[in-house]
Design a binder for this molecule. Structure first.
Ligand code: NDP
Length: 388
């Protein structure tokens, strides 16, 4: 066992390759028990190619990839030759690792790219995840995973066929405040949760990215973009998947801008044990809050869902939510790289993305029909890792 856990530097690459081919079960167990993984630092960090060099790639993911330990920015896929040149210069990316949407599939022959990170408008996720699978790459796909349940299932099937790992860019599962909400809620630290509330939105304004209000590219309005965090927050704090949903579109104060998607929507999730979650999202209001009211007190985050500056408090004033802010994206990507290296499951798999797309579709159906919609048949999957 000692020999297995201490590979010599010269054998490390073969060792890691063996691990990622399937011999990682014992080590995955070791990692789950909390053993330090620092000795695993590979000679070559896994190479990540960002697909779509928009705001999130530029402002968050590329800078985060300068801080990761197990993966690094190795390539890009962009429709803009100017961006390709700029990124090569800024990040020292080799020209051979830069692709456009037509040459994307040639990544198949490029061993420098291990992980493809799809950061495109929502409706394009499916095509590029499937193509990445066919190119034999592991994939991180941004949220929402897809704009239809059918697409999400197709993506999972393609990844399974390729035998590669798929995770969704759910950064908050790696963030201390949100992890503590999961732990407090799921362990019933304040007793049974009776009510949840979650709000998330921003003022879209004239500078907003146009695809977000184009249903063909976005799949919907703020529910797809921001409301998904409310949904996630309620599920991982409660530790259950809801059994039904009702919903209502908000009045549209700017029909010229929001002619194709909703300006806002509120919905109510019902859980099997009677807990109710009231959620709200909007493109006309700044908000970011997640709160749980339980039998023996309450706990909440505000702001709850941003990249930083998150803060929380509890009714007991016990400091449980006085936690550090971290680089969420670096932690999220390093976790996925370790999943690949150790052949262990990600806590934010494609099936969780599918579950959420199923719930998003149910929320829209409830708002359109005015009826309660059953969600009993959605994927039953919850991130439980932080509950212990
Ligand atoms: P942007 O509009 O800023 O960037 C999208 C990029 O996709 C464009 O810059 C462009 O890159 C590429 N693209 C390819 N085809 C199209 C097209 N037809 N229309 C528009 N862009 C196209 O979006 P974001 O970066 O804000 O969002 C991208 C994805 O990331 C979305 O799915 C979003 O939900 C998700 N996201 C997740 C966040 C999180 O916290 N997890 C935060 C923000 C976004 P190029 O010019 O290089 O081809």
């Amino acid at each position: 066992m000692t020999d297995l856990l201490t590979p010599t530097p010269s054998s490390r690459r073969d060792f890691l390759r063996t691990l990622s081919l399937g011999a990682g079960a014992t080590l995955a167990g070791t990692a789950a028990l909390g053993a330090p993984l620092d000795w695993l630092a590979p000679e070559r960090k896994l190479g990540v190619a960002l697909v779509g060099l928009g705001n999130y790639s530029t402002g968050q993911l590329a800078p985060a990839l300068q801080q990761t330990k197990y993966c690094q920015l190795a390539g890009v896929v962009t429709g803009s030759p100017e961006k390709a040149v700029k990124w090569q210069q800024q990040y020292g990316i080799a020209a051979k690792n830069c692709y456009d949407y037509k040459t994307f599939d040639r990544m198949m022959d490029n061993p420098a790219i291990d992980i493809v990170y799809v950061v495109l408008p929502n409706a394009l996720h499916a095509e590029y995840v499937v193509r990445a699978a066919q190119a034999g790459k592991h994939v991180i796909c941004e949220k929402p995973m897809a704009t239809s349940v059918a697409d999400a299932k197709h993506m999972i099937a393609a990844m399974e066929k390729a035998g590669k790992k798929l995770s969704i860019g759910y950064r908050l599962h790696f963030e201390p405040h949100n992890q503590e909400m999961m732990r407090l809620g799921q362990s019933q630290a304040y007793g049974k949760i009776n009510h949840l509330a979650a709000d998330n939105g921003f003022k879209f304004g004239s500078g907003g990215t146009p695809w977000r209000v184009n249903k063909k590219l976005s799949g919907g309005g703020p529910l797809m973009d921001m409301g998904i965090y409310c949904l996630q927050g309620c599920l991982y704090t409660k530790g259950q998947v809801p059994v039904s949903v009702t919903a209502k579109f908000a009045p549209n104060s700017n029909p010229a801008l929001f002619k194709d998607v909703e300006a806002g929507i509120s919905w109510q999730l019902r859980f099997a044990d009677g807990t109710v979650a009231d959620c709200r999202t909007s493109y006309t209001e700044n908000m970011s809050r997640l709160r749980a009211d339980a039998a023996q007190g309450w706990f909440e985050l505000e702001p709850a869902f941003g990249y930083g500056g998150l803060a929380g408090k509890t009714s007991k004033n016990d400091g449980k939510l006085n936690l550090p802010n971290i680089n969420q994206q670096a932690t999220q990507m390093d976790d996925f790289a370790q999943c690949v290296l150790l052949n262990k499951p990600t806590r934010v798999p494609g099936e969780m993305g599918l579950r959420d797309v199923q719930l998003l579709e149910a929320i829209y159906r409830a708002a359109e029909t005015g009826q309660s919609v059953s969600t009993k048949d959605v994927v039953q999957l919850i991130d439980r890792r932080s509950a212990h």
